[in-house]
Design a protein around this ligand. Structure first.
Ligand SMILES: Cc1cc2nc3c(=O)[nH]c(=O)nc-3n(C[C@H](O)[C@H](O)[C@H](O)COP(=O)(O)O)c2cc1C
Length: 213
């Protein structure tokens, strides 16, 4: 009997620990495709806001945010952003307090890459970056561009174009949802790439913290 009680207590302890650990997959609800402010109002309100609190975003906000950044809009898998030769060459990471996640647009879910807080590496404006509940990291994948015959001389240019489209979508979503965000080029990208264990073919473009005021 004592042994059974001990086993049961151990099981409860394991479950409790696991419930605090990072989720391996964060399945996002369907994005709110009809909601938000009218486009012209969102454009009018788009601006960089650096005052970001630690309050977490809820699942619906995360869903709408990642859909805006690079969600799938059509049956053929095409996205909210245009990409050269339909390369779909961007990988969107999210540094959150419990881990580094990668957005999977087809499955519309966040997949855990590493269960630790990367936010301190995501920008030199440390206070903002370590407080924001989500810091987006825009990474372009040169291999995917190569696959669709984009010449190597175009990798830098197209990587920046694609990341620019995504960050503007995020700005507009933030304006529409009354969130604060700013795109950040002040990032030690080589250091961040090492921490993220990115392969040579992956290039960090910039980061973008986002959260409530
Ligand atoms: C490529 C790029 C890099 C930027 N880097 C930073 C940055 O590292 N830190 C920051 O606070 N703002 C950064 N910004 C935001 C600009 O300062 C901001 O867009 C500009 O002041 C205009 O303000 P607005 O976005 O409110 O119109 C960056 C903007 C761009 C487009």
């Amino acid at each position: 009997m004592k042994k059974q009680i001990f086993l049961m207590m151990s099981l409860i302890a394991i479950l409790a620990v696991n419930s605090f650990a990072a989720d391996k997959v964060i399945k996002l609800p369907a994005p709110n495709r009809k909601g938000g402010k009218p486009l012209m109002a969102a454009l009018d309100e788009r601006q960089s806001k650096r005052n970001i609190s630690a309050a977490p975003l809820n699942r619906q906000e995360l869903s709408d945010l990642f859909f805006a950044a690079t969600g799938v809009t059509r049956k053929n898998g095409k996205l909210t952003i245009p990409t050269a030769r339909d390369a779909r060459s961007m990988i969107l990471f999210a540094a959150m307090p419990d881990g580094l996640y990668r957005y999977n647009p087809e499955a519309h879910q966040l997949e855990l890459e590493q269960p630790r807080d990367f936010r301190e590496f995501t920008g030199t404006q440390k206070k903002m970056h370590t407080t924001a509940p989500v810091v987006l990291i825009y990474v372009s994948d040169n291999e995917r561009m190569k696959r669709v015959n984009i010449p190597e001389s175009g990798f830098t240019k197209y990587g920046a174009f694609h990341a620019g489209s995504m960050s503007q979508n995020v700005y507009l979503y933030a304006a529409s949802a009354n969130l604060s965000t700013v795109v950040c080029g002040l990032v030690e990208i080589d250091k961040l790439a090492i921490e993220m264990k990115l392969p040579e073919s992956h290039r960090i473009q910039f980061t973008q913290p986002i959260g409530r005021k």
